[in-house]
Every structure is written in C-alpha cells, then in structure tokens.
Design a protein around this ligand. Structure first.
Ligand code: RFL
Ligand code: PHB
Length: 386
C-alpha cells in the first residue's frame, strides 16, 4: 500500500488532518487502534475556542456544531462564598462553544468515510520505520494479517500513549513534565445544568467544575486523589461533595463516571525527519484551561499548511518551522493551564498560606479588568500564527 501521508490515530488531530489534506488534494491513510464505536463514545473534552470552531466550520465540518453547540459569552468563578462573572465576550469580542469531543469526532469520521479514503479501525502492532529517510513506512496487522504502508510523510496523531513519539531517537527528544498530586472525578448526569455558563469553584475541600453537554445533560468534575477508588464514590457522595463545593446543583441519573489524571507534558522537537507529532502525542495539559483538543486543532492547522506547500510546491520551509511554530503556542497554553490549575486546586491540604494566596489571586482577578482581560484572551484562544 502507498500513500502520501500515513496518519497514526483517529482522534481529533488525525481526523482533522486527514480532512484538511483531502481538501488540499493530498492522499492519506488513517490507522486507528480502537473500534469506531469506541472512539465515537469516548467522553473527553467539551470546550472549543472560537478559533477551533472557525477552523472546523471553514473545513466544512461545522453543520451540526453550529446547530447543536452551545455558545458561551462568559464564565463564573466561585471562591470564599462569593460568585463572579468574567465577561469573555465583552472583554475580547470572542466566545467559546461547548460541543463534546466525541460529537466532533463523529462528524469527522462521517466526513472521512464520505470521501471514500481509507480509515482503518482496530489495527494492531503499529510500528514506524525509516522516519529519518525520504521513504518512511508503517507496518501493522489487520485481523492478524501483516500490512505495510509506504508514505512520504508520517503524522503521529496517536495521543499520549501511542507509538509515534517513542519512534523518535531518544537522544534528540527533550521531555518536560509535571504530574499533579490530584485528579478529576468526572460524571455525566441526566440533569439540566445549574447555570447556562461554566462555573469554576475553588473550595477548601478542593476544586469543582460545573459544565454541560446540552440543556438536559450536565458534566461535573470534582478534584480527587490521583489513585481515587471509584467504588468509594457512590452517586450520593458525589452529589454531596458537589453541593459543598459548588452550592445547589441539579441531581439526575449518573450515566458515566471516571477519574482523569492531571499532568503537564511537552516533548520537543515535534518533528524528526519525515515524522511529525501533533496533539496529545506531543503534549498534555491539565484540563483546567480546557485546552487539550484546542491545541490539537492548532497543531493540525500548521501541519496541514506545511504539508500542502510541500506536496504542491516542493517547498519545505514551513515543514522546517513546524515544531518551532507549534511549540510557541504550546508553551503559552501550558503556562495558562498550569496557572488556572494552581489558582483553583487544593495542593497541600490544610496549608493556610496556600489558601490565602489563592484567594488573594482570585480576588485580584475579579476586581482587576487587566487581570480579567489576561484570563479572557487566553481562555477564548490566542490568535493563530498560521
Ligand atoms: P487522542 O484523542 O488521544 O487520539 C489519539 C488516537 O490515537 C489512537 N491510538 C492509536 N492508533 C493506532 N495505533 C496505535 N498504537 C495507537 N495508540 C493510540 C487512539 O486510540 C486515539 O483514537 O489525541 P488527539 O487527537 O491529539 O486529541 C487530543 C484530545 O483528545 C485531548 O487533548 C483532550 O481530550 C484532553 N482531555 C480533555 N481536554 C479538555 O480540554 N477537557 C477535558 O475535559 C478533557 N478530558 C482529556 C479528558 C483526555 C483524556 N485522556 C487522554 C485520557 C479526559 C481523558 C480521559
Ligand atoms: C468540559 O466541558 O468537559 C470541560 C470544560 C472546561 C474545562 C474542562 C472540561 O476546563
């Protein structure tokens, strides 16, 4: 088998890249380890920056997003018994949109299948070869049968645990990492959201976040231990903690429950030879800033432009700048996500200094237009370089 771009992973990064390349007349093959129902059912991120929405709409992937997405003009911060609104739209002229990642993935899978170009699910043993040469290859198995794909370029869009980053020479890869001493317990519940906007709460017991998927589906998160045992969290205890940290909530049937670890991670560079990493394969942010999926979209915009000028004009200039362009944004977003996380979570238990400093920071934020502007322009999404 031969193609121009071999794409490993059918998450938001791999699927969007395949779509943008197809529109530019570039052929690709997408290889995904999991089944279609699995990737379409995986509940993860939910908040899109305006730039991500615009990117999806311009790519022709926005029909359902524009119909069903929930546009938000502001967010709420709760701490020390008070509640404050940050007017994102008033401050920046931009807004964010709630649209479940799995819904975006469904739209992109449908668009890919419509093109008739290959998207292989449930592939095994994906291995990258010859990435430093002009003729890289990917081998894998389908139903136990060995397969080989020869390509010009490999896009490693296979998330944090995929094989692509591991295929880079270890002596050339620098890794930066911070693992947080807490995690998020997330639930999806059949209950109307308590507010039409997101509520981020700092509480002495720990952080909580109220978000949503629709007018009748709430998504709620609680700070918990990284090794939290879910069996110790029957629904009653979850609702009780949510009420303590957020105030009144609307209860409903819990239809999904899970614990997500929190880390900041960057691998540099994001390219070696003919292998380009995009999305979670290259970086992870803690979810407090809602940036994971948005960073994947930002990487792919640059990669699609770079590969288009390579295949159309033989021009490698943008490919050569790919890693630098992406990492500039990645580090700003890392800083923002780390800052939001630091301001809102309980780190050391009963450390009164930490408590006072966090409350002082939040109090400064809600009373300073300059500080609110700094939050707002990063939350709605920094402008793209490309
Ligand atoms: P993805 O979505 O992880 O997609 C990678 C794809 O690669 C496949 N894969 C392989 N395919 C072939 N061969 C192999 N050997 C493979 N190994 C892996 C995987 O099955 C998968 O389909 O990465 P991508 O495209 O870069 O997209 C990034 C986003 O998914 C991610 O940043 C966000 O979802 C992060 N994230 C969250 N972000 C938020 O902003 N808010 C959230 O609430 C939020 N919750 C989450 C999350 C990430 C989670 N993960 C990764 C554990 C909750 C979870 C559980
Ligand atoms: C979500 O809707 O799942 C969500 C929203 C904002 C965040 C994290 C998760 O910061």
């Amino acid at each position: 088998m031969r193609t121009q771009v071999g794409i490993v992973g059918a998450g938001p990064a791999g699927l969007l890249l395949a779509h943008l390349l197809h529109r530019a007349g570039i052929d690709s093959v997408v290889l995904e380890a999991r089944s279609r129902p699995h990737i379409e059912g995986r509940i993860r991120a939910g908040l899109l920056e305006q730039g991500s929405v615009d990117t999806l709409v311009e790519a022709g992937l926005g029909d359902r997003l524009l119909r069903e997405g929930l546009a938000h003009d502001g967010l709420e911060l709760r701490f020390d018994g008070g509640s404050y609104r940050i007017d994102l739209h008033g401050l920046t002229g931009r807004r964010v949109t709630i649209y479940g990642q799995q819904e975006a993935v469904k739209d992109m899978v449908a668009a890919r299948l419509e093109t008739g170009r290959p998207l292989h699910f449930e592939v095994g043993d994906v291995t990258l070869h010859d990435i430093a040469t002009g003729h890289p290859r990917i081998t894998w198995t389908a139903d136990g049968v060995a397969q080989e794909l020869r390509c010009d370029i490999i896009a490693g869009c296979d998330g944090f645990h995929g094989p692509s980053r591991e295929a880079m020479p270890p002596e050339l890869l620098r890794v930066y990492e911070r693992v947080y001493p807490f995690a998020w317990l997330g639930i999806l519940a059949e209950a109307p959201p308590i507010s039409h906007e997101l509520i981020y709460a700092r509480h002495a017991e720990g952080f909580a976040l109220a978000t949503m998927r629709s007018a009748s589906l709430s998504r709620l998160y609680l700070q918990c231990a990284p090794d939290e045992d879910l069996s110790l969290w029957p629904d009653g205890r979850i609702w009780e903690s949510l009420v303590t940290r957020l105030g009144a909530v609307n209860e409903g049937r819990v239809i999904q429950k899970g614990v997500t670890g929190m880390r900041s991670f960057v691998a540099e560079p994001m390219r070696h030879g003919r292998l380009f990493l995009a999305g979670d394969a290259a970086h992870i942010v803690p979810p407090t800033g809602a940036k994971g999926m948005n960073l994947a979209v930002a990487d792919v915009r640059v990669l699609a432009a770079a590969l288009t000028s390579f295949f159309r004009d033989g021009d490698t200039a943008l490919m050569d700048r790919y890693s630098d362009i992406c990492l500039k944004r990645v580090w700003k977003v890392q800083r923002f996500s780390w800052w939001m996380t630091s301001m809102l979570h309980r780190y050391r238990g009963d450390d009164p200094f930490e408590h006072r400093v966090q409350v002082a920071e939040l109090d400064y934020l809600v009373h300073s237009k300059a500080a609110q502007m700094a939050l707002a322009e990063q939350y709605v999404g920094l402008p793209y370089d490309i």
